[in-house]
Design a protein around this ligand. Sequence first.
Ligand code: C2E
Ligand code: CA
Ligand code: CA
Ligand code: CA
Length: 279
Amino acid sequence: AKGAGRNRYRFFEAEMTVATQVRMALEVSLRPALARGEFELHYQPRIDLADMALYGMEALIRWNHPERGRVPPQQFIGIAEETGLIVAIGRWVLLEACTQTRRLMDAYRRQVVVSVNVSARQLALPGFVDEVREVLARTGLPPGCLELELTESALIEDIERTASMLRELKRLGVALAVDDFGTGYSGLAYLRRFPIDVLKLDRSFVQQHDEDVSTLGFVKAFVDMAHALDLAVVAEGVETAEILEFLRAARCDQAQGYYLARPMPLDDLRGVIEAHGAP
Ligand code: C2E
Ligand code: CA
Ligand code: CA
Ligand code: CA
């Protein structure tokens, strides 16, 4: 028994080592990835449920690793956050997203809102508001066409400082969204401390209410409450027509998900915009 325990321990240790090695290898190749131009942005359309028109899109980073191929953000955003690399990567994402969106708007003479994910580390930087201001000035993107997605955990890090910073961002004219809502601990009332415009309901929240008619009342009440607080509600991870109908019945404002459109390169997005027509 003692021997088996020891083997199990060794096995566990070996597994840890492999995981650590993969992680370290990723970390080593993550450092030069930005300079080597290995990142690109894909965009996932966000649709207005009232008329199914394209409202905007979320910028999602993609890493084309020279040996490993496409590495999912889940595998490297955490490393980027722990190492601080997220600051440089996030800066690139913001500039690239605003540059590409400005170009898209010029090509179609139509407004689209681009949502950019901002990590807690970026938000903690003293110069973050200036960075956003500079990127808007440099790219000429109207501030109202930029939305920043923040997670609940980023908001609670330093409530006073965060709240005053978000007020500065609001003065620039950008929109603010809380991402992955429903996965954290904060309720709606808590969010009143921050000048938030949009709640993005997490995929797990959306899918848990799947087709189930008994929860329609609950989701409806939730959406009504958000509306009373002047928040728009966006559902993420919409994978079926049934969920889409459910969300519409619950008076949810907008939706994003594979059923509507997957994240795609900018050139494919042009096709989507053409299909939706110019307003
Ligand atoms: P997120 O911000 O919650 O982004 C939504 C994720 O859900 C994306 O995964 C998207 O591809 C996926 N998704 C969209 N519709 C569906 C659906 O119908 N079903 C399912 N199962 N998934 C759907 P992705 O692109 O792999 O990104 C994962 C996470 O990585 C993001 O979650 C975000 O937290 C982070 N991330 C991505 N890009 C950036 C970035 O530029 N900066 C930062 N800081 N984080 C990023
Ligand atoms: Ca997001
Ligand atoms: Ca999300
Ligand atoms: Ca508002």
